[in-house]
Design a protein around this ligand. Sequence first.
Ligand code: G6P
Length: 580
Amino acid sequence: MCGIFGAIANENVSELLLKGIKRLEYRGYDSVGMAVYNNGSINIKKGAGEIDSINKKLNFLELEGSCGMAHTRWSTHGKPTDKNSHPHLSQNKEIVIVHNGILDNFLKLKNDLIKKGYNFLSETDSEVIAHYFEDKLKNNLSIKEAIKDFIKDAEGTFAVLLMHKFEKKIYAIKRDSPLVLGLSDNRFLLASDVYAFSDLTSKAIFFDNDEFAEVSESGYTFFDRLGKEKNKTIKEFEWEQDESNIDKFEHYMIKEIMEEPLVAKRLLVSLENEQKDNFDKLVSMIKKSRKVLFIAAGTSYHASLLGAYYLHKCGVESQTLVASEFQHFATVDKDTLVIPITQSGETMDVIEALKYCIDKKAKVFSIVNVPYSSIQRMSDASINILAGQEVCVAATKSFINQAVLLLRVAKEFSYKVNLDNISDEIRGVLDKAEIIKKLAEEIHNKPDLYILGRGLSYPVAREIALKIKEISYIHAEGMMGGELKHGTLALIEEGVPVISLISNKDYDMVSNTKEVESRGAKTIIVSNELSGDFKIETENDGKFGILATTFGQLLTYYIALNKRLPIDKPRNLAKSVTVK
Ligand code: G6P
């Protein structure tokens, strides 16, 4: 994963870099580093840890110069240590790079370089890139020629920024990992995504695969893999700039949950107005296809399970598969409509599965949150869920809007639901936060938690379990109620907490709840029609799925708050997973 940010301006850039990289911190926070060019020298500061703490220790703002780059890391090759932090220098200290992605053939490249006498200081795949360029330049190649060779020789994924000690320039190279150039008055900004600079500009140029650019104070030039100049289109992107502000909240997670009524409404209004054409297109593409196949990962996968349920109930053949296993289990052809669902639009597993589908000539309609993301650009058509920027690593409001959109689509296929009051109903759950806080106090010390659902509440059980694991650090299983008796029931003993999600009068779920209660479980019943511990105020099963998720998000938040955990940045995780 990782976030990269580069800037050339007619002012000192260290503050700009620090701000930019901070906005990308959700992509990884194992280490941070910065390199700034200053009249023929390159100065670097870097260290393992989160940006704020490393900045306190090293003070990045001491770096002076008007051209530089920064990196925030999510470790793949090599532990989160100072040495493995980016930027990486070449042996002669003339070239510096930051990298996001994975070089699949780094061992081969590294061994070749070791044979030529290069020493490696880190365990990363990325350091290879710095030495590779030094070697090419030693053989009298220009940087541009060396980049052409790199694109040929490198296997894997990369967004690389490279500076040379003797030039006030940044070279940017991309394959599969996201990279964008932002144009803001007298500044050129290079970043992993538009979030990084959306407070400075709304003009950007998106890199295509195997493309590179040379960026200096006076301008930029794009090249294809053969070094031929390319004309690129400047895109005006829209982004709600205020939403990344934490306002009065202690954490982004709670801020983003509280925004759910607003963003759900915004999405529904847009489907009648500016997104109407796209929405109609989605409906018509579903009608024309033989079957619908969703692809997604993590929380978005759980939203896709809800989508498959909703459509299936209306007689539309629909299935979903986890992106990383997609190619092993999916049958795709030209009559399949593939719907990737992804908040970031950059998840590598989804991109890989999508490439496979495009190869099979399937039609692709994506559901994304981040505009102009790679997956949106790979699709035949796309719709934005308009959840706004989500900063907390755990997805919350984006899940709600994915589910609201899917329910709205199902409505077109005669799913009976009134969505006019969904915002008020979500607010109804938020208004009962005190009840949820008490439940959280009761269970926050438990080592295990089980969540049961059936049909429509099964995806919700999975989603709540995921939230509980990633944010509350409690082992949690989201289960099909019916599967309980085939194994997991053996783990139920006195006092084990079990959340039962009972929509309408699902008597099979009632039986499953009784089964665990009679073995001593402490059940928490979440229902809209039956009495229990938390009442979801809706008459509709489709909406129950959405509202029960908000309940689970709040429960997770309050458990984690009780345990004083790093809610917005859980250990080992990152928001945008751009590696396989
Ligand atoms: C990561 C995030 C999750 C997210 C998943 C899929 O694991 O931590 O919150 O659900 O990626 O991301 P996507 O951007 O494709 O929805």
